[in-house]
Design a protein around this ligand. Structure first.
Ligand code: FES
Ligand code: FES
Length: 157
């Protein structure tokens, strides 16, 4: 079936299997590989994207459900040559090890910092409860969120 989605501000379409998840559509059909596939069961958060402004697990959404809607992925936030502020904070705080969880975390943290300028540890932990990381032990992720929040506070009025 033909699915048309606005992805990171561009109209994209592809012929996909009717049972395809949004995650498969992004990765396999549109070749946007930043969104990671780890569990495919909604358990790990590595596939987090925005769908009409709300963070969802792309593995739990059918591509057909996203037809005609707006999707924003990690690719919208920066790249290796020009990382976004949350990406930079993760690197600077040493919160990236294998990196598999990182795109989903960056999406979730970016969404959080859009709503709260200076979230507490408790709020960060609650917000990121659905994002699993097997490497870092989470403290460096908390450090990265605080670093990104502090830098945003220094540059905004
Ligand atoms: S791959 Fe979607 S939540 Fe794990
Ligand atoms: S850095 Fe490896 S799973 Fe998080």
């Amino acid at each position: 079936m033909l699915v048309r989605v606005r992805v990171n501000g561009a109209d994209r379409e592809a012929d996909t299997w009717p049972g395809s998840s949004l995650l498969s559509f992004l990765r396999d059909d549109l070749h946007l590989l930043g969104t990671k596939n780890a569990c495919e069961q909604g358990e790990c958060g590595s596939c987090s994207v925005w769908l009409d402004g709300e963070v969802v697990c792309a593995c739990l959404v059918l591509a057909a459900q996203a037809d005609g809607r707006n999707v924003r992925t990690i690719e919208a936030l920066g790249d290796e040559a020009s990382p976004g502020p949350v990406q930079r904070a993760f690197v600077d705080a040493g919160a990236v090890q294998c990196g598999f969880c990182t795109p989903g975390l960056i999406v979730a943290v970016t969404d959080l910092l859009q709503r709260e300028r200076d979230p507490s540890d408790e709020t960060i932990r609650e917000t990121l409860a659905g994002n699993l990381c097997r490497c870092t032990g989470y403290q460096k992720i908390l450090d990265a969120v605080h670093l990104a929040a502090r830098r945003a506070g220094e540059t905004s009025p």
